[in-house]
Design a protein around this ligand. Structure first.
Ligand SMILES: [Zn+2]
Length: 134
């Protein structure tokens, strides 16, 4: 007779329960580090202060032969070394002065300003940098 009684063994695929893939020991991938963008400002250049071009109207600085070379002066600021002429703002004995070193093929020529109290010499230094004094 109807042998077609297909065994209604439904689709119960109860095979070996599928194991979830081994948890790989939960090795945590290194957290992607928020790659910090390179600092886009202030890429430190090796150049220092560059003196501005001399203005048509400017103060003429009285450059003198250095007198007290034995002074222990501290250089507070200086202009860039890439120029033949380097200016240094020096501090010594409570006073400031500017030292100018001009490099020739033959050697250095050093001149200094008079020594002034801080505020006055800082003003002159700023003028020098701005090209308003030379
Ligand atoms: Zn420079």
């Amino acid at each position: 007779m109807g042998q077609c009684g297909a065994p209604q063994s439904g689709p119960q695929i109860s095979g070996p329960s599928r194991n979830p893939p081994p948890a790989a020991n939960d090795v945590r991938a290194p957290r992607p580090r928020a790659s910090r963008p390179a600092p886009d400002v202030d890429i430190p250049s090796y150049h220092g202060i560059h003196v501005a071009p001399l203005q048509p109207e400017h103060v003429r600085i009285a450059w003198r032969h250095p007198t007290r070379r034995s002074d222990r002066a501290r250089v507070r600021e200086h202009t860039c070394d890439c120029k033949a002429t380097v200016y240094e703002l020096c501090h010594s004995g409570g006073l400031l002065y500017i030292r100018r070193t001009v490099r020739h093929a033959e050697g250095y020529v050093v001149r200094e300003t008079e020594r002034l109290i801080t505020v006055r010499m800082e003003d002159l230094w700023r003028r020098l940098i701005l090209g308003q004094a030379r």
